[in-house]
Design a protein around this ligand. Structure first.
Ligand code: CTP
Ligand code: ZN
Length: 155
């Protein structure tokens, strides 16, 4: 890195790199990290990136991500790379793939939608555009924009 490391390398855990600047907090939210879990977490915001202008980085020690968490990160930070670190080495580097459908995570904004009225129903959104992100409810066709998705995740 041109300007040197802002935070040190981690021994074991996950580094989420190349997050679009300003979205690190949303990533922490997706991971349910409140800061009182005891493991070390480093947050780097608005640093220069050769690939995407400015970027954020999240480093979490002693934690690997599950599939649902990876899919959600893909929604709001498709440029991110997920690096698995073991004994200071990057042992795996995963690029993110936006899924075609997002199930059971986001809420349909339409109060009359069946997914908001039947306790058995799970929300389901179809990705109709990746950039800018636009999702469509598979039941009532209400659209969800990138801003709305971010707002829901930041709640
Ligand atoms: N990293 C870390 N602790 C380690 C190893 C790596 O915090 N023990 C971080 C690096 O600082 C970097 C990210 O994990 O932010 C990916 O590391 P690496 O693949 O070595 O960096 P690059 O080659 O720059 O990655 P890319 O090609 O994805 O930009
Ligand atoms: Zn709906």
């Amino acid at each position: 890195m041109k300007n040197g490391l802002i935070v040190s390398k981690i021994k074991n855990g996950t580094v989420i790199d190349h997050i679009p600047a300003g979205r690190a907090l949303a990533v922490l939210n997706i991971l349910g990290i409140k800061g009182n879990e005891g493991n070390r977490v480093a947050l780097v915001m608005n640093v220069e990136s050769s690939k995407i202008g400015k970027k954020d980085i999240v480093k979490i020690e002693e934690r690997e991500l599950n599939q649902r968490e990876v899919e959600l990160i893909a929604l709001i930070a498709p440029s991110a790379t997920i690096n698995i670190i073991r004994n200071y080495e990057v042992v795996e580097k995963r690029k993110l793939n936006l899924p075609e459908k997002i199930e059971g995570i986001l809420k349909c904004p339409n109060p009359a939608c069946i997914t908001n009225n039947d306790v058995e129903a799970r929300s389901r959104f179809i990705v109709i555009s990746k950039s800018p992100l636009v999702l469509k409810c598979d039941y009532c066709e209400t659209t969800l924009t990138e801003d709305e998705v971010l707002r829901q995740i930041l709640l």
